[in-house]
Design a protein around this ligand. Structure first.
Ligand code: ING
Length: 313
């Protein structure tokens, strides 16, 4: 008996700086209803889905910066997502900016994603490990990428969660470019990896063609999926947002590495695929049978060394 679940990627078009979270949540619930109508019972929203991608700006006023974060989940503004999830029996992945005070009273900030089941219960949380960009204002850039200044490195590792009939994992945006992200979840026999992304079409500091940027987006996820025999869902926040063109290309990728559903716009768009969570089993039992083929005694450098070191001249 195959473990089937119909999954949707709910791509968001631009969210401008002044758009309210209520307005965005309305767009998201509209897409959840549409996805449900197309048979989906799990919906993957983008990274930082409730607000514009604010790390593109240097925000000095702390109260304004804090306004982009969530201090509770669900909150009054996000409650409609949870209510609809319960009404329709649809689970979802939600990327958002998390802010809280720890037991010492220190303000903590993470780029976070949660996994909500079909009874609207939060069953998993992930905090972004690979923070790209820079920590302080760099005036020479046409736009900033201040994730290293606005978030701490995630402190939860790459956990997976047994829910909705499968083993489900999450990551966020830049994480998808690092094979370690996928392999740590592959080592936990993950069936589907969900992720949201906010990725500029253009590189702000180097000439790189848009078609190459989209290739890197997809090849990262396709490789991660195939090399770990897992489904992958990548959902964009897309379109011209805050004056920066953000790439679309939301997709659902089978454990074979094949893209089985692909967004064709840079706006709010739902794509859907029926996912057989056992599709990757033959891959994990043969070519990527980790127990039979991996040689961890040869891999030491991957965790012993952070940066590359060339051999002596
Ligand atoms: N965005 C981009 C991403 O990794 C980036 C940053 C783009 C890094 C292209 C390197 C190359 O998709 C986020 N938010 O991580």
């Amino acid at each position: 008996m195959s473990r089937l679940i119909t999954v949707a990627a709910a791509q968001l078009g631009p969210i401008e700086r002044e758009e309210s979270k209520d307005s965005v949540v309305k767009r998201m619930t509209d897409m959840m209803r549409h996805a449900h109508g197309r048979g989906a019972r799990l919906v993957v929203y983008p990274e930082m889905a409730l607000t514009t991608f604010f790390p593109r700006w240097h925000i000095e006023d702390e109260a304004e910066l804090d306004s982009f974060y969530e201090t509770e989940m669900p909150s009054a503004q996000t409650q409609p997502l949870f209510d609809l999830s319960k009404e329709l029996g649809v689970g979802f992945y939600l990327g958002y900016s998390e802010l809280f005070h720890d037991e010492t009273g220190k303000k903590r900030r993470f780029n976070t994603a949660i996994l909500v089941n079909q009874q609207a219960e939060i069953v998993g949380k992930y905090r972004k490990v690979h923070l790209p960009g820079h920590a302080t204002y760099e005036p020479e850039r046409p736009w900033q990428h201040l994730e290293k200044g606005y978030f701490e490195v995630g402190d939860l590792g790459f956990p997976v969660f047994r829910t909705m009939g499968g083993v489900m994992g999450m990551c966020l945006c830049n994480d998808r470019r690092w094979p370690e992200t996928w392999r740590v979840m592959g080592m936990q026999d993950v069936d589907i990896v969900m992720l949201g992304y906010n990725t500029p079409v253009y590189n702000s500091v180097a000439a790189e063609s848009p078609h190459l940027r989209m290739f890197h987006n997809h090849v990262s996820m396709q490789a991660g999926a195939y090399q770990n025999g897992t489904w992958a869902v990548g959902t964009a926040k897309a379109g011209m947002e805050g004056g920066v063109d953000m790439m679309a290309g939301s997709c659902i990728i089978a454990p074979t590495g094949e893209i089985v559903a692909l967004a064709t716009t840079s706006e709010d768009e739902v794509i859907v695929a029926e996912c057989d969570l056992d599709r990757g089993r033959y891959i994990r039992d043969t070519v990527f049978n980790f127990d039979q083929h991996r040689r961890i005694e040869a891999y030491g450098l991957i965790t012993e060394r952070t940066g590359a070191v060339a051999p002596p001249e």
